[in-house]
Ligand binder design. Sequence first.
Ligand SMILES: Nc1ncnc2c1ncn2[C@@H]1O[C@H](COP(=O)(O)OP(=O)(O)OP(=O)(O)O)[C@@H](O)[C@H]1O
Ligand SMILES: [Mg+2]
Length: 582
Amino acid sequence: MTFNDSSRYNRDRQSVTRRILGYMLPYKWRIALSMLASLGVSGTDIAIAKLVQPFVDKLVVAGDMNTAKIVPIVIISLAAVKGFSRYFQEYFIRTGGQLVVQNIRDELFHHSVILSIGFFSKTSSGTLMSRILNDVAVLQNALAVILVGGLRESLTLVGLTAVAFYADWKMALMAFVVLPLAGGPAIWIGNKIKQYSRRGQHAMGILTTILEQTFSGIKVIKAFGGEHRESEKFRQENLSYYRFFRKMVKYDSITSPFIEIISSFGVAGIVFYGMHRVISGQMTQGELFSIMTAIFLMYTPVKRMTRVNNVLQQAIGAAERIFEILDERPEITDVPGATVLERVRGEVSFEHVDFAYQDELVLKDFHITAMPGEVIALVGPSGAGKSTAASLLARFYDPSAGRILFDGHDIKYATLDSVRANIALVDQETFLFNDTIENNIRYGRPDASEKDVLRAAELAFSHEFINDLPEGYQTKIGDRGLRLSGGQRQRICIARAILQDAPILILDEATSALDTKSEAMVQKALGNLMQNRTTFVVAHRLSTIMHADKIVVLEAGHIREIGTHQELIDKGGIYCRLYEMQ
Ligand SMILES: Nc1ncnc2c1ncn2[C@@H]1O[C@H](COP(=O)(O)OP(=O)(O)OP(=O)(O)O)[C@@H](O)[C@H]1O
Ligand SMILES: [Mg+2]
């Protein structure tokens, strides 16, 4: 590591700590109260060390009965003070720590859902889930240990050090000389722990991904007999987590014995030197016991603080992974001064639009205009770019070149919310929430009246089958809508889009899972609906789009033909051939 690397590393680490501290700021009063209480805990420890001297000198050696009478009271009072202080200290710091972590988790979730679609296509949902659940949990445990332990131990250490130095600075110094020897290795251990903790968390992310994939793909797994393969994969990853965990435990467990061995040198020196001084009459037995108690008590916080450092390193590792997500910026955002697009009439133009997901252009010079109320059909082979064009309308992505205009307004300069309020989308993937049918339909307009929901369902020809369900509109759809047929799910998605009542409607293979009869009915319903809306229809079944105002034939991202059904048939090109094949 060069000097620059290491200084950058230190700066990064500092900024991570500073950021965590930033999250703690709102709870400073809880933390302050806890610190106050920890004074009580440390204070009693220090008092014990200090009281050992009169105890030994007056009681054990001189046999003073008057002092003996107050000893039980002192013992009980000290225990009471320590007990209550510890209670308040833990209560405030742990609730405070939890609140800090809750906020981080809320922010992480909120930030994740705000990120653009592009981010989700390169990050698995398992990875994200793991950051929000596991990494935050590591941080949570760590904060409790660091705040409770770190505070108490450092206060105790300071107090006991003072007692020891006050009693006999030479002997106290002797106890301290050995401690710096432990410093270097302790830092090294801390770094190891951070490294293995990070790798363990990464393995945990893979585990979560497997979980998420397995349960959402359970049908495929069963159909293709993949159960044992999946179990084996899981077992392997679980084992790999254990490997990192074991390494971490190894380094963590070594910390205390290591400090103990180092400190034994100090203790040995003190006992030897102290005995010498007591025998030569330079020191009372009580003084020796007092300073030895202080020094013994002192090694405990030192030991604990080294372990707190281990936990701190773990926390920094987890926090870095959390901040990685928080530092992701959404690619698609409102530009500064973005305008709010009111409800548009529905004129939609693609002006010479190019688009690439990565390097390769998926849409090339895509150029069409739809007048309000027109139906534009996009047809073409799989992978031609039809869904991509639809995604651009919803501003899931921005074009690489060219513009998209709604009523003449470039949607790139309108707020995302207002663009999306102008469109309703029925996607190729019919996604339904694990919620009631009613709530699924009103997802785009949570405040819609029951009457509106019913009307939308009727228009989507789904009212009948919903009514036949045991709990009607209140029926809960299982995860991913497994309790409904493909066609039924599509119709609920259509109802959801109908209720959205937006001037621009995008139907991407919206009727592909319907039989010819229900498709004809849904078409009719959509037909009514389309009257005041501009509709983009993507369909492989050409019968669906025969009546479109314009049919756009796409091939490998290029527009090959545009025209009405009749025009394209007469032309005898690609569309004509496709039509004849069907
Ligand atoms: N998120 C993505 N990242 C990278 N490439 C993508 C992404 N989505 C689609 N593509 C690529 O873009 C091209 C166009 O895809 P698109 O989904 O628009 O096709 P399509 O015309 O809708 O096909 P289909 O009829 O099969 O739905 C394809 O080559 C596809 O591999
Ligand atoms: Mg598609």
